[in-house]
Structures are given as structure tokens and as C-alpha cells.
Design a protein around this ligand. Structure first.
Ligand code: NDP
Ligand code: 8X3
Length: 246
């Protein structure tokens, strides 16, 4: 049966790949991102609307319109997120910290708090969070990005406790290196520096991660996949990569 899937950050990378993967299953999609014109729709019934997860009014408008378009939400893929810069704590100005926390943590909570009550009322629903291996292992220059992703682990744990017995599933998909626009955003548009991140190594594709999301979301209702940690074969930790060619 077709389900209503919401994907945040669907204009690029992992979010766009999740949208394509669920579209192939025949699900009804509601897709949001700030660059709404970049969101690809597979079917004329797919719903897309500008969404800035850091703006509570934008989140409220998006969720209301998504439910009006496709009815109760079955799966929320909390994917919108970013890393900005690699400044150390001593050299940062703080602006990028606020952007990361407002997007990765507060934005995710804002979207989730609007969608969860409908899932609880229906006594079914699935909240998927795109975490990161950065949640499992911090690195120099990544303090706040890593911290924001580690915060999501606690949020997922609390969410499972708060919804226990109410039919809600909570899954964190925690990827290692994925070749998307992530590094371009992190390095503020410096394409040369971003390309070097993926040089001579074989990263995951956005599709690899979307397959993990779809796997979790297509288990029977009594099965909750807690956490999927997925890394390239050529990666052992955030900064331990084998660069033997692609
Ligand atoms: P991309 O930069 O390709 O995609 C990020 C998406 O997030 C875009 O669609 C962007 O849309 C959206 N987004 C960013 N800020 C906002 C906002 N305020 N409101 C709504 N949407 C927003 O990167 P990825 O696909 O790689 O990143 C997706 C997720 O995966 C992130 O949470 C990231 O932390 C995580 N991740 C990525 C890894 C990687 O190596 N690439 C590894 C582990 C985790 P727009 O700019 O149009 O708003
Ligand atoms: C993205 C992966 O290692 O750059 O979450 O933090 S990493």
C-alpha cells in the first residue's frame, strides 16, 4: 500500500536519492528544501514546497500543506543538515556553530514535533534521522558538527522512550563519507577543496544511503531498525581513509 513519505532536504544528495527510492516503491511524497526549484518530482502528484527547517513558520506551513496534499504521514526522513567550515573552537566566530545547531538539531526537532502527534494519534509512524559517523567519533575542526550529530543519538533514544507502546519506530542512519554537495557546502562553495575530499577514494553514493533508509522503512511494523552505521569499504573512521584510487 502506498505510504506518505516526507523528506526534508530533498533538493540534493541523500534527500533527493531517498525521494527517488521511495518514488520507485510507488509511495506518495512530500518534499521540502529551501531551493524548492531544485527538487525533482517523479510523479505529478508529488508534493514539494519551500522549507527552511530553521524557520518555525516555514515548518508549520510545510507540514500543514503536506498533510492537505497526501493525508497522514507514515514516514518522516529527517535529512536536512549541513556542516559549515572546519574551524577549531579557538578560531571560530560562532556563526557557523549556530547555523549547524539550528539546522541539524533544532530544525530536526521542529519538523519532528509537528509530525509526531499525527503519528501517535494513528498509533503508527516512522521517524528516520540521517545521523553520521561524526556522532560516533569526533575530529578536530568538527566539534559542533560532530556534537550536533551526537545530539541526534540522544534525541532518538528519548523519542523511543517517549513513544514506547505507541507504534512509533525511530531509526538513525549514520553514514560515513558520501559524495554529495556536503563538502561544497562545508567549504563555502570552494569546489576544488571539496573535490579533494573524494579524491582517490571510493565514497558512498547518495543511493547507497537511500537503500539503507528504504530497508529500515520497509521492515514489518513490529521491527525497528535502531541504527545503521554505513561507511565506504575504504573508510575506517571519519579521518582514516584508504586512497588507493577510485
Ligand atoms: P547536500 O548538501 O547534498 O544536501 C543537503 C540537503 O539539506 C539539501 O537538500 C539542502 O537543501 C538541505 N538543507 C540544508 N539546510 C536546510 C534548511 N535550513 N532547511 C531545509 N533544508 C535544508 O548534503 P548530503 O545529502 O550529504 O546531506 C544530507 C544529510 O546527510 C545531512 O544531514 C548530512 O549531515 C548527512 N550526512 C552526510 C554525509 C556526507 O558525507 N555527505 C555523511 C553523513 C551524514 P537547500 O540548501 O535547498 O535548503
Ligand atoms: C559527514 C561525514 O566524516 O565529514 O557527516 O563528518 S564527516
Amino acid at each position: 500500500m502506498s505510504r506518505h513519505i516526507v523528506v526534508t532536504g530533498a533538493s540534493s544528495g541523500i534527500g533527493a536519492a531517498c525521494a527517488r527510492a521511495f518514488a520507485r516503491l510507488g509511495d506518495r511524497l512530500s518534499l521540502g528544501a529551501r531551493r524548492v526549484e531544485r527538487i525533482e518530482t517523479a510523479s505529478p502528484t508529488d508534493f514539494r514546497q519551500a522549507l527552511d527547517v530553521t524557520d518555525p513558520a516555514s515548518v508549520a506551513r510545510f507540514v500543514e500543506a503536506a498533510i492537505a496534499a497526501h493525508g497522514p504521514i507514515d514516514v518522516l526522513v529527517n535529512n536536512a543538515g549541513l556542516a559549515r567550515g572546519t574551524e577549531t573552537i579557538a578560531t571560530a566566530t560562532g556563526a557557523a556553530w549556530r547555523e549547524m545547531v539550528e539546522t541539524n538539531v533544532l530544525g530536526l526537532l521542529e519538523v519532528t514535533r509537528h509530525i509526531l502527534p499525527g503519528m501517535v494519534a494513528a498509533r503508527r509512524g516512522h521517524v528516520v534521522v540521517i545521523g553520521s559517523i561524526a556522532a560516533h567519533k569526533a575530529y578536530a575542526g568538527g566539534s559542533v558538527y560532530c556534537g550536533s550529530k551526537r545530539a541526534l543519538q540522544s534525541i532518538c533514544e528519548a523519542l523511543r522512550l517517549e513513544t514506547l507502546g505507541q507504534g512509533i519506530r525511530v531509526t538513525s542512519v549514520d553514514p560515513g563519507m558520501v559524495e554529495t554537495e556536503f563538502s561544497l557546502v562545508r567549504f563555502r562553495g570552494d569546489a576544488e577543496r571539496a573535490a579533494k575530499v573524494y579524491q582517490d577514494t571510493r565514497p558512498l553514493t547518495a543511493e547507497d544511503v537511500a537503500e539503507c533508509v528504504v530497508f529500515a522503512a520497509t521492515r514489518p511494523a513490529h521491527v525497528n531498525i535502531d541504527t545503521i552505521v554505513v561507511m565506504p569499504t575504504d573508510q575506517a573512521s571519519p579521518h582514516h581513509l584508504h586512497r588507493g584510487g577510485r
